[in-house]
Design a protein around this ligand. Structure first.
Ligand code: KG4
Ligand code: ZN
Length: 357
């Protein structure tokens, strides 16, 4: 069965064709990094406008790279939420039009669940940056999603049946990386530049906290973010009133590198500690990770070492937002759920991951 997956929840428009939920046949993504760079973050209006211009081309390119004609697609899967309202609207309207025009089924997919399903792609006809996992993850499966908008641990007992066992009480880990980059005046996207500069720094230079949470498997990143801000203000010779845009000009390159290394090490250890606790508690057969921060090689090494197991991670391009993960999740939804009328699909910008779908 061939599923065309469409993802436009934030700043990437991506489409992919996946066969039987595990074989990637073709994918195309239009990145908007250049359009948002000057603003140091994603501007929702610009994101939506860019999607309008790129989505048809992206779908065409994905089909061409898969060597599949549109009328051979069996079903469409599309991210319906959570995400930016204008961005979601473009992908969902495109998917609805295709579904109605071609008279093929459509499945709405939760973006975070999509990130988890990137790990079910075990074959690819297109070249990826890393080798794919050798087999499908086994249940029970413990999943960590770490991205710009989400930080949560989910325990899956079978396909699409899961409960959330840990979540952030405030900010997402990727957001904290992006904020750190902004304070240190590093280029957008922040996570990547913090992680590049961290290689050059001393992770023990600054002591940053790992906030305690009521549920031991939850996380909190706003305290860590504020602690970094205060430490940076102090190092820059100011007090807590120093505006964050002034800090970087008073820091030397060694201090910037040390802040990156200290922040990255603390933030990654923090989520890895939570995963270790969850792993001991739930004894899953498989552990998977997804989301932009899951592309971090340091996170991957730390997690494997802490759990003491070999983990076959998904290639980085399947960890960031992409159409393939949506197609893979859509395939399972198509098998398990009743067909949905395209006219019934609504965008859900604040869509919660409901427990035990
Ligand atoms: O999953 P994603 O592409 O979009 C969302 O759904 O949010 O994740 C983007 C996030 C950004 O916050 C970015 O800074 C972060 O992932 N990121 C990283 C790395 N690469 C991307 N954070 C830490 N280390 C990285 N290597
Ligand atoms: Zn995402």
């Amino acid at each position: 069965m061939l599923i065309l997956g469409i993802e436009t929840s934030c700043d990437d428009a991506s489409a992919a064709v996946v066969e039987n939920g595990h074989k990637l046949l073709g994918m195309a993504t239009a990145s908007q990094i250049d359009a948002h760079r000057a603003y140091g973050g994603v501007v929702p209006e610009i994101a939506a406008r860019e999607h309008v211009g790129s989505i048809i081309g992206v779908v065409d390119q994905a089909l061409a790279s898969a060597a599949i004609k549109l009328n051979n697609v069996d079903a469409i899967a599309v991210t319906s939420g959570p995400g930016l309202i204008g961005s979601l609207m473009i992908g969902v309207q495109t998917a609805k039009s295709l579904s109605l025009g071609l008279r093929i089924p459509i499945q709405p997919v939760h973006h975070v669940v999509g990130h988890v399903y990137a790990n079910f792609i075990t074959e690819s006809k297109i070249k990826l940056s890393n080798t794919l996992p050798h087999g499908q993850p086994q249940f029970p499966m413990l999943a960590l999603v770490v991205s710009g908008g989400h930080t949560q641990m989910m325990l899956f007992n079978s396909h699409l049946k899961f409960k959330i066992v840990g979540r952030t009480c405030d900010d997402a880990i990727g957001e904290a990386f992006d904020k750190t980059a902004k304070i240190l005046n590093l280029p957008y996207p922040g996570g990547v530049s913090v992680s590049e500069r961290a290689i050059l720094g001393d992770k023990d230079a600054y002591k940053l906290p790992k906030p305690k949470t009521e549920n031991i498997l939850d996380t909190s990143f706003s305290g860590l973010k504020t602690a970094l801000l205060r430490e940076a203000q102090k190092t820059a010779g100011g007090d807590f009133t120093m505006p964050s845009f002034e800090i970087a000009s008073h820091l030397n390159q060694k201090q910037v590198n040390d802040f990156c290394a200290s922040f990255e090490d603390t933030a990654l250890d923090y989520v890895v500690d939570k995963m270790r606790l969850a792993y001991i508690k739930f004894k899953p057969k498989s552990v998977v990770i997804g989301g932009g921060v899951a592309g971090s090689q340091r996170l991957r090494t730390k997690l494997s070492l802490s759990l003491g197991i070999d983990i076959e991670y998904a290639p980085a391009e399947l960890c960031v937002d992409n159409g393939a993960m949506i197609a893979a999740a859509g395939y399972q939804a198509h098998k398990l759920k009743k067909p949905i009328d395209a006219n019934e699909i609504r965008i859900e910008p604040n869509k919660k991951v409901f427990i035990g779908v």
